[in-house]
Design a protein. Structure first.
Length: 199
């Protein structure tokens, strides 16, 4: 894991208070793992993140597709939310047996992979795309959540990073935008939208 191999980065992330979610032990597809292997990989990933960050992760987002067992394993491991869904713009609850799991959906649409796969080429393209997406969501009633996936190997090139900096400055100056960690969104949703009570 990167957090284990790069202690300087782990220290910086820890000091900044970032929300570090589990994202797999290795670059693997959980849907292809046997349940006992997946359980062990989630346990090891959780242990490594806890050791490197000083606290255990609350959320999980499987690399590629989760398995049919992933949510059960995550609940057993004490995860309070997962992001293994691409089907909504607001969090929601799902039943996993008799338990409730909070899902904070993810989106690949505003992801920086668009630089390599979907035609965005400059930092200004990225800034325009993000600004337009956010403005559209703000103008909706009710407003929605957007997830911006960023990867150092993609967004950190100088021309692209400049577009990201412009986007962050614009977002920070917008009175109707809440820039939040996923763990904060999860806490907000649990407080204001708890799981439906069963009768």
């Amino acid at each position: 894991m990167l957090s284990e191999r790069n202690p300087e980065a782990a220290a910086t992330i820890r000091e900044a208070g970032w929300d570090v979610a589990g994202h797999g032990l290795r670059w693997e597809m959980h849907a292809n793992l046997a349940p006992e292997t997946e359980r062990e990989h989630i346990r090891l990933a959780t242990e490594i993140i806890t050791k490197c960050m000083g606290r255990r992760p609350e959320g999980w987002y499987s690399r590629y597709a989760p398995s049919l067992s992933t949510r059960t394993i995550l609940l057993d491991a004490g995860y309070s939310y997962d992001s293994d869904a691409y089907d909504d713009e607001l969090p929601y609850w799902v039943k996993v047996g008799s338990r409730d799991q909070l899902v904070i959906p993810y989106s690949l649409v505003p992801n920086d992979v668009r630089f390599s796969r979907q035609g965005i080429t400059t930092g200004n393209d990225y800034f325009d795309y993000i600004r337009n997406a956010v403005q559209c969501v703000i103008d909706e009633d009710p407003p929605r959540m957007l997830s911006f996936g960023l990867h150092n190997r993609i967004i950190a090139h100088p021309g692209r990073a400049f577009g990201l900096a412009k986007a962050v400055d614009w977002l920070a100056s917008h009175p109707k935008v809440w820039i939040a960690r996923r763990v904060d969104i999860a806490a907000h949703w649990r407080k204001w939208h708890p799981p439906p009570r069963t009768v």
